[in-house]
Design a protein around this ligand. Structure first.
Ligand code: SF4
Length: 670
């Protein structure tokens, strides 16, 4: 009989169910889609189906290290606890910080948040999800009174109009896109509208592609709102008027409309307003929370949603609670701690500024690579290098960030660790181990719990397994009737952790999830109503000028993931795009004397990288595009994050990773 383990894909926020299997006499695992998982019903994209090719141990961090010396766990954990305790004693709790990741499992996230906010007493825990969807979180909270995704993937199957905004869904959430295409194949009258400055693989499949000027999304959706209200719409977004009229007319006449958005909306200095401009149109028409309709944010990472739930963002406490006095008190009583942080901590960009300003004396980075992925990545790298004490928990020995650490702690990774994740439709699924523990690697939750106990927080961190942590989190969501709000997991309290089936929160009764919310017109503001938020359009923070005349847009490639620590292992995935290229419209190529296939220096205000040029008629003239994945570990060495200023949305703190003024000059053009 084959050995079979049901788990969840570790890449994007679609959260596909995966079956890992091997024959008894084989060391080789194969991976296929789980036909029973409601996110994918057996489908996998090329990244998911290549997972079995990424399981080797090359480059893994297998033992704790202090500097370049391999050590046992005891001295490494003792040193981390001692340094954090000393920094807190000398400079106060806000002198330390955790920077974590949407790749962590919910249980890991919960422990990190409990340690920092609950017992160290600082809000200084933030996550790379800040770079991904924090504008959506803020937009949800303003509109609904809670960070609640109203709908589910089934709405993509049922909609008569799917509007994809700032989302190359075909590449970045491929299985969700397959569901949309399958729906269109079944019902050819269904329409797809894509709003994106670039002609992406997604736009190729659209009935209508609005290649709007970057940053004009709020103008477009404010215009749509005016049209829906029967008012005169003023819309100048850089596309022909008849396209706008067509879009408005389709939206107005189609009851079953889902508007999907992703990083093209979120990664903006006005991202929260853009999110609310979209939500306004659904509130105006009452198209929310009913089958086939609603505003729908796709999260980038496998557990961005789980992190939001447990307080992985610096401005949330835990279980969707904010920092008001009643919630601080409630969480303090639940955790039996008198040290609970009373105010939000530093969001990602501000956190690394505080590191650069020597305000952070001890930094712990878990499962992420900010030396590559942050805007102003060069400054972030220098700040980490200068920080008095840096810990990195990682599965990789040699990431750009791990190289800067005083202590490296070997963490388990996908296929080895266990816990839960929550996908874009609020669906909690299990990740289960099927591989042996390599070297001395440990789960992130265990590492943090060991440090917490050494810092004197004993009993509160004495779990023996992830099931106990999950159960504690579920009890917190319902503690003192807090579960009357959206995130209620009381129906999972005491559940058999091993056999939890994929389920959407809120889960108020055992085995009963919730596909959609808000159809009854009740929201989570105190008066039970939603809010239409005023969203006056603002231009991007950084404009082009004579010295930097082109707009650089950044994003993902189809077959790579983040900084390539896993996808870089699969030759099949590298074949799609062996190196990063700068996509340039041929008209700009003439203007800047660039050759197709030639090398060019791409300069931002502080830094330059070298990229190969690829002509692309899908680019708008005046705009170029580069992928985010390559870094110092890869052959290219092009860290695109060095070109991007750390301009942030004032509400969400999300940086504007989609818009940086650059100059492009040929290195070897004809
Ligand atoms: Fe994994 Fe996302 Fe692909 Fe699904 S769509 S297999 S979750 S990368």
């Amino acid at each position: 009989m084959p050995e079979i383990v049901r788990t969840t894909c570790p890449y994007c926020g679609v959260g596909c169910g995966v079956i890992a299997a091997r024959l008894d006499d084989s060391a080789q695992w194969v991976v296929r889609g789980d036909p029973e998982h409601p996110a994918n019903f057996g489908r996998l994209c090329v990244k998911g189906s290549s997972l079995a090719e990424t399981l080797d141990l090359d480059g893994r961090l297998l033992h704790p290290m202090i500097g370049e010396q391999t050590v046992a766990w005891e001295p490494a954990l003792d040193l981390v606890a001692e340094k954090f305790t000393a920094a807190i004693a000398e400079h106060g709790p806000d002198s330390v910080a955790f920077y974590v990741s949407g790749q962590l499992l919910t249980e890991d996230y919960y422990v990190a948040n409990k340690l920092m906010k609950g017992f160290i007493g600082s809000g200084n825990i933030d996550t790379n999800s800040r770079l991904c969807m924090s504008s959506t979180v803020a937009g949800h909270v303003r509109a609904f009174g809670s960070d609640t995704v109203p709908g589910c993937y089934e709405d993509l199957d049922l909609a008569d109009l799917v509007v994809l905004v700032g989302s190359n869904t075909a590449w970045c959430h491929p299985v969700a896109f397959q569901r949309i295409l399958a729906a269109k194949a079944r019902r050819p009258d269904m329409r797809i509208v894509v709003v994106d400055p670039r002609r992406t693989a997604t736009a190729e499949c659209a009935d209508l592609h609005l290649a709007i000027r970057p940053g004009t999304d709020a103008i477009l959706f404010n215009g749509l709102l005016a049209h829906l209200r029967g008012e005169e719409a003023q819309v100048e977004v850089g596309v022909p008027l008849e396209q706008i009229v067509q879009f408005f007319s389709w939206f107005a006449e189609t009851e079953k409309t889902v508007t999907v958005w992703s990083q093209g909306i979120n990664q903006s200095s006005s991202g929260t307003d853009k999110v609310d401009a979209i939500i306004n149109c659904h509130l105006q028409t009452g198209r929310i929370g009913r089958p086939g309709m609603g505003p729908f944010s796709l999260t980038g990472q496998p557990n961005a949603m789980g992190g939001r739930e447990v307080g992985g963002l610096a401005n949330m406490l835990a279980a969707h609670m904010g920092f008001d006095e009643a919630n601080v008190d409630r969480v303090g009583r639940f955790w039996a701690s008198e040290r609970v942080a009373a105010k939000p901590g530093l969001k990602a960009v501000d956190m690394f500024k505080a590191v650069a300003e020597s305000k952070i004396k001890a930094l712990w980075v878990m499962c992420t690579n900010p030396a590559v992925s942050m805007p102003e990545a060069d400054l972030v790298r220098a700040a980490i290098a200068a920080c008095p004490f840096v810990v990195v928990s990682e599965c990789e020995a040699d990431t750009d960030t791990a190289r800067l650490a005083h202590v490296r702690l070997p963490a388990l990774t996908w296929g080895e660790k266990e816990g839960t994740v929550t996908n874009s439709e609020r669906r909690i699924s299990r990740q289960r181990p099927f591989l042996p523990t390599p070297g001395e690697a440990k789960g992130d939750w265990w590492i943090m719990a060991q440090v917490a106990q050494r810092m004197g927080f004993g009993e509160a961190f004495a779990w023996t397994d992830t099931g106990a942590i999950f159960d504690e989190f579920c009890r917190l969501t319902a503690f003192e009737n807090h579960g009357a709000r959206d995130l209620d997991l009381s129906g999972l309290v005491g559940a058999d952790y091993e056999s939890i089936e994929p389920i959407q929160w809120p889960v108020r009764e055992p085995g009963k999830g919730t596909a959609r919310l808000f159809a009854d017109g009740r929201f989570y503001h105190p008066d039970g109503k939603a809010r239409m938020v005023d969203t006056p359009p603002r231009p991007p923070a950084r404009a082009t000028d004579e010295a930097f005349p082109l707009i650089l847009n950044t994003g993902r490639m189809r077959d790579q993931w983040h900084t390539m620590t896993r996808t870089g292992r699969a030759a099949r995935l590298a074949a799609h795009a062996p190196e990063p290229v700068l996509q340039v419209h041929p008209r700009d190529a003439i203007r800047f004397r660039l050759a197709d296939g030639g090398l060019a220096k791409v300069s931002g205000r502080r830094a330059s990288v070298v990229l190969r040029i690829a002509f692309d008629n899908g680019q708008r003239p005046g705009e170029v595009f580069a992928p985010i994945h390559w870094n110092d570990r890869t052959s290219s060495g092009a860290v695109v994050g060095t070109l991007i200023d750390a301009a942030t949305d004032p509400v969400s703190g999300q940086p504007e990773l989609k818009q940086a003024p650059v100059m492009v000059e040929p290195l070897d053009a004809a």
